[in-house]
Design a protein around this ligand. Sequence first.
Ligand SMILES: *Cc1c(COP(=O)(O)O)cnc(C)c1O
Length: 382
Amino acid sequence: MIPYGRQDIRQKDIDAVVDVLTSDFLTQGPAGPRFERSVTDHVGAKGGVAVNSATSALHIACAALGLEEGGLLWTTPNTFVASANCGRYLGANVDFVDIDPKTYNMCPEALAEKLADAERANQLPDIVIPVHMCGQSADMTRIGELAKQYGFKVVEDASHAIGGKWDGEWIGKAVNSDIVVFSFHPVKIVTTAEGGMCLSEDQALLDRMSRLRTHGITRDEDLMTHASDGPWYYQQIELGWNYRITDMQAALGVTQMDRLDEYVERRNALAQRYDEALKGLALDTPYRDPRAYSAFHLYIIQLHDPSIQRDAFTALRERDIGVNLHYIPVHLQPYYRNLGFKDGDFPNAEAYYKRAISIPLFPTMTDAQQDEVIAALRDIVG
Ligand SMILES: *Cc1c(COP(=O)(O)O)cnc(C)c1O
């Protein structure tokens, strides 16, 4: 089976993890901060807080920004459920902004219109979470302008996008947002098995997120209600969680980060090759926003004829091509339907869902494997 995505583990990664296993610290040792620096140095961010998943990262990002019971979070329906669930964990309401059918990302015009309506109804969101679908940035310039105009916070769900750029800046430096979140799940660009990170340019937010990662506990005397009882002393000053990453995972992240640029270059080269080879078939290849450099986490085609989607999936999988679908519109999940969402609420995301297929793309994919995928698509889609 040629999978749609796959990690690349080399001897250097294995050695780094094994070294941690025989060291003094399996968690809360030196590897965590080292991993944070390897990411923040690469993208030019002020700081980063490494955690055990992007889901946890989204949760503490929203908590640090003050989202609470009765608050309001908006995201795109074309994402993994975690981008919406983070609001629900905090008791906030969640709503969606439809996608631009060209970019598959949150549509900035739809966002502007929804904000104007929300302002009239006095129901503006507290936080908006755009997702950089496939690794291509959403229009962060426009979203950043709207955030200033309407006064909401922005968390970029950049789970797909480490190694990509927007308007010449690495994704991860929160230029038009408050916090950027990365995922290090094995199908993503670089991996720690499970892992995530919150990056910010705001030291107060970084401090708060690092506290929320560890139960809301501080050892900073300035934040305590009274002078320290002694060198053992800490205080829990708010409610947090245990969202720490282990040193084994962080050490793996450091050696993976050494190959980030190589991975993204290879992903782009493979994407270019798909673009050319799939020209003339009854499908659309991904639109390239000239302001973005995509990390190409995913390569998604859209069939011209939605009625062949199910059969094409079956036929491709029968030929051992591990196709997938990103994403089932979040508002159509039973959990969200129970909150009142229904078919037709976000027509662009729903139309996209009926035509999309994620085809294999990963840095160790060979040209021969890619040729197999291309040949199968020629036969099956035509
Ligand atoms: C993978 C992913 C997540 C969740 O990442 P985990 O690290 O598995 O928690 C969230 N949002 C998007 C868009 C993702 O692709």
